[in-house]
Ligand binder design. Sequence first.
Ligand SMILES: CC(C)(COP(=O)(O)OP(=O)(O)OC[C@H]1O[C@@H](n2cnc3c(N)ncnc32)[C@H](O)[C@@H]1OP(=O)(O)O)[C@@H](O)C(=O)NCCC(=O)NCCS
Length: 161
Amino acid sequence: MADVVVVRAGADDRDDARDVRLRALAESPGAFASSLEREQVFDDAEWLHRVTTNAWFLVRADGATVGLACGVPEPDDDAGRHLVGMWVEPAFRGRGLADLLVAAVMAWARRARAEYVALWVVDGNDRALGFYERLGFEATGERQPLPGNPDVMEARMRLLL
Ligand SMILES: CC(C)(COP(=O)(O)OP(=O)(O)OC[C@H]1O[C@@H](n2cnc3c(N)ncnc32)[C@H](O)[C@@H]1OP(=O)(O)O)[C@@H](O)C(=O)NCCC(=O)NCCS
């Protein structure tokens, strides 16, 4: 097994964060409420803003960045935090790296004394659904069209801290 480490991205990691995020959008275009077309034109200032405003966690295996998860505020609720951008490079899936990324986001949320972490998962993304359920996330029953693609619905899940 590779030497695996999860790091919180800082300003100096913004190129790395940009690279892994764009790879995620290219590899899993249906999984996220954004697109490669939208984000590949973001300039350096935008990436700097993104990694320094929210909590970007990168997982590195033998020094190569192979996954990403972000913690962001929960819209309209100071008691919650939101998990977005979850992605692990296909060759590294099923090896526990995603667990490490979620654990980092949970620890970040706990340090902020948040009461829960929530997320949205699109209908049909059964691997992600199974993964989140294994970690204890439960569907809240809330559903909405995927922002940017109203033909696809997504479901909200939540894990109490
Ligand atoms: C979601 C993601 C980060 C999870 O990481 P992972 O390393 O693949 O996760 P794991 O393999 O630990 O867990 C996936 C679980 O789903 C199961 N699974 C795999 N394929 C499945 C399928 N088609 N249907 C249902 N369950 C499936 C796996 O067996 C595993 O369960 P287990 O741990 O009980 O064996 C990763 O798959 C990924 O990057 N996917 C593409 C991007 C994405 O969908 N992001 C989520 C946006 S909300």
